[in-house]
Structure formats: C-alpha cells, structure tokens
Design a protein around this ligand. Sequence first.
Ligand SMILES: Nc1ncnc2c1ncn2[C@@H]1O[C@H](COP(=O)(O)OP(=O)(O)OP(=O)(O)O)[C@@H](O)[C@H]1O
Ligand SMILES: [Mg+2]
Length: 257
Amino acid sequence: MEKILEIKNINKSFSGIKATQNVSFDVFKGEILGILGPNGAGKTTLFNQISGFDRPDNGEILYKGANIIGIKPHILANQGLARTFQLVRPFHGMTIRENLMVPFLSDRGKKILLEAAEKGKKRDDLIGEIASSVGLADSLDENVNNLPHGALKKLEAAKISAIQPEIIMLDEPFGGLTEKEIESLSEYVKFLNQEKGITFIIIEHRLREFMKLVNRVVALNYGEKIAEGVPEEIIKNQLVIEAYLGKGGAEVANSKN
Ligand SMILES: Nc1ncnc2c1ncn2[C@@H]1O[C@H](COP(=O)(O)OP(=O)(O)OP(=O)(O)O)[C@@H](O)[C@H]1O
Ligand SMILES: [Mg+2]
C-alpha cells in the first residue's frame, strides 16, 4: 500500500503541556483513518501540525514523500491536503451558494473550474452538484445566519470537498448532528472515498457511527499514541478502554463481559 502521509516522531508542547509526544504513524492512500482519544488527548493539535497551523517542536511530516513542516495551510490545501475545524466556520451573512463560491477562488479551485469548463460546466453547476450530494440543494439561497447547526456542518463538508483534495481531514464532523444526518454525512464520505479516491483522516467522539465508517484507528491519550489497528481490535484494547473510562470504569465494563 502506498503511504500518502508519514508522521515521524513529532512532539509539540505548550508552556510545559506535552500536547503531542513522539507520535508516529502512516496514512495509506485511499483509506479512512480514524483518530480517537478523550478530551485533551491532542487530536486537534495533531491536525494543526499536519495541516500547517502549528509547527511541531521536532520530528517529520511527509506528504507524498516530501517534508511539509513550515508550509502554510493554504499552500497545503492547494496541494491537496485540507482540513475542517471542530467548530463550524461559515462566512456569516452570506448564502450557502455564496459560501460555496469561496473555495473556487483558490488556485486549486480555479483549476477545477477550468477543467469543468472544458466539459461545458459552470461554477454554479458544480455548486449545485456539491449541494445536492450533502443535502443542501434546497437551501442554496438561504442566508447561513438563518440555518441550523446541522446545515452548517454539511456546508463544511461541501466546502472542503469542492476543491477535491487528496486528503480530507475532518475534526469532529458529527458534532451536534442527528443520527439521520450522521448517516447521510457518512454516506457522502464513503462516496468521496470510493468514487473519487479521497483519503480521509477523521477525529470523532461518536464511536458507534465512527467505527462503522473507518478502516483503521489511531488512538491517543495525553498526547501519546496508545494503540493503532482495525476498529474490532481498538474497541477491545485495554489502554483505549481505560483512557475513555478510567481504570475503575474499565474494570466495571470488563466485569460485564
Ligand atoms: N494553543 C494552545 N495553547 C496552549 N495549550 C494548548 C493549545 N492547543 C492545545 N493545547 C492543549 O493541548 C492539549 C491537547 O489539546 P487538543 O485540543 O489537541 O485536544 P483534543 O484531543 O482535540 O480534545 P477535544 O476532544 O476536547 O477536542 C490540551 O491540554 C490543550 O489544553
Ligand atoms: Mg479537538
């Protein structure tokens, strides 16, 4: 399997707090990798380092074989490595349609528009297709200020997929969504993964839905990698259970097996 991303021994401290400690793992092209861990485990800090928002204190991050540490987030996004944020970040006061125009202003977005034009498609056609895929076709001309949280989470997924990245990193995409919305977002991720070949790295706390979606999991606790494997192994892993429930909770959970 081809490695698309290699994380090698990265460390990151914030005034004494070790948010990332000697973390190493590979991401393979075409997989859906999950990142697990309790609050404060260092998941978002890990994303920040991979996507260029934070610089590791040391270690290496290779994207398609090249070290990317120090490269700015928007340049990485243009190279196909893009992420969403834990909290939604729409452009307020604008409609869904206007929000979806923004990704096409980037270099990668402009390239996609040129390619689409050769096939006789306009920007608005592409926006319509993306909006339909995430279930926002009926809300295209609504102001985002008037839309519920669920629609804004869908907008985040639509915005990031517009530039057709090679790797999409989602930070808690299911946060605040209903079960039905989670199901349809999961279907969209699977569609992008299977039909467009996009690799995913997903942080999520909604474990049941998450374990159905991901192929492999990396688990973190106190900034360290505590486990790596397929979902079936991870849910039985003692260190992962203890990280979520504490030692006492893990004993109770195990006694019920
Ligand atoms: N910019 C920062 N300055 C200082 N401390 C930080 C900063 N960013 C993160 N931290 C600390 O690093 C640790 C890891 O935080 P991080 O946000 O990566 O956790 P997380 O796993 O994403 O948690 P959650 O599930 O709550 O989103 C925490 O102790 C946090 O307080
Ligand atoms: Mg986080």
